[in-house]
Design a protein around this ligand. Structure first.
Ligand code: GRF
Length: 279
């Protein structure tokens, strides 16, 4: 993982100096930058309240959350972490969307948060190099997509092999891509559901970690069905993160096995499986 981040940084000396300037200005973790840093590359925002200076428990699995929108899944993860249900910490939240509610949620919980504007980059590679610099700087070990409306590219996948999660509102492989809830209603299925999976280069094609069915009721609209799907999502996503934080997942081919409570995979250095996420 480190090698991936290092090489992404090497590719972009300019970007590195921009980030160095941003961090130095604020003094590193717990820095206080208000407003907006506009550079030739991208717009970065980072806001923390005056009394937030704690780096948190560094022994916990460090999550980096990418979100484009309302961030209800982000909120569920933050709440689970704060309750102590999941041995992890949210190290940083990054959004590709200015004004995303997800950034507001991060701010409310004093979590470092950035808006990185993809339009300010000439390529997906340079955009993802910016993301990697932020994730690497915050010590992120597991990337969690929470309503992140972009296909993850090679840069992120190489730097975080098997360490990027996504949640999707259908029982994959049914109804991948955007509008999964509408697709399910339109098709007339009686059961749909939620999938948490490892991200690969495809669109919602990676190995499945957890799935749960949700009944489609007579008269359901996208809104009513989504409401029930969200209830499941907000339970399932923290649960999947907990399994990874506890080293209880084993990936063979595209099959993910879950070890019983109390058991854990020991060390698996160099493995591209989520079991290596903490090693
Ligand atoms: C969720 O329904 C998730 O399944 C999909 O995007 C939506 C994000 O919702 N990937 P939110 O931003 O977490 O509220």
């Amino acid at each position: 993982m480190k090698g991936g981040i290092a090489s992404a940084r090497r590719e972009s000396e300019d970007l590195r100096s921009i980030l160095r300037a941003v961090y130095q200005k604020g003094g590193g973790r717990g820095l206080h930058i208000r407003g907006e840093e506009r550079t030739g590359w991208f717009i970065v925002r980072r806001q923390m309240s005056e009394d937030s200076g704690s780096a948190g428990d560094m022994s916990l699995l460090c999550l980096g959350i990418l979100a484009s929108g309302s961030g209800t899944n982000l909120q569920a993860i933050i709440d689970s972490v704060e309750r102590g249900d999941v041995p992890a910490r949210v190290g940083v939240v990054v959004s590709d969307t200015a004004g995303a509610q997800a950034l507001e949620r991060a701010k409310r919980h004093d979590i470092p948060h950035f808006h990185v504007d993809p339009e300010a980059f000439s390529s997906k590679e340079s955009y993802e190099a910016a993301l990697l610099s932020i994730l690497g700087r915050e010590g992120v070990e597991l990337v969690v997509l929470a309503g992140y409306l972009r296909l993850v590219g090679k840069g992120l996948l190489t730097a975080y092999p098997g360490r990027i999660l996504n949640i999707h509102p259908s029982l994959l492989p049914a109804f991948p891509g955007l509008g999964a809830v509408g697709q399910a209603i339109g098709y007339g299925v009686k059961v749909t559901g939620v999938t948490v999976h490892i991200v690969d280069e495809g669109l919602d094609t990676g190995p499945v970690i957890l799935q749960e069915a949700v009944e489609v009721r007579e008269g359901d609209t996208e809104e009513t069905l989504l409401e029930r799907l969200h209830i499941v999502e907000h339970r399932l996503y923290p649960e999947a993160i907990r399994l990874i934080a506890e080293n209880r997942l084993v990936l063979e081919g595209r099959r993910v096995s879950i070890l019983p409570p109390g058991e854990r995979v020991k060390t698996n250095p160099g493995s591209a499986t989520p079991t290596a996420a903490r090693n």
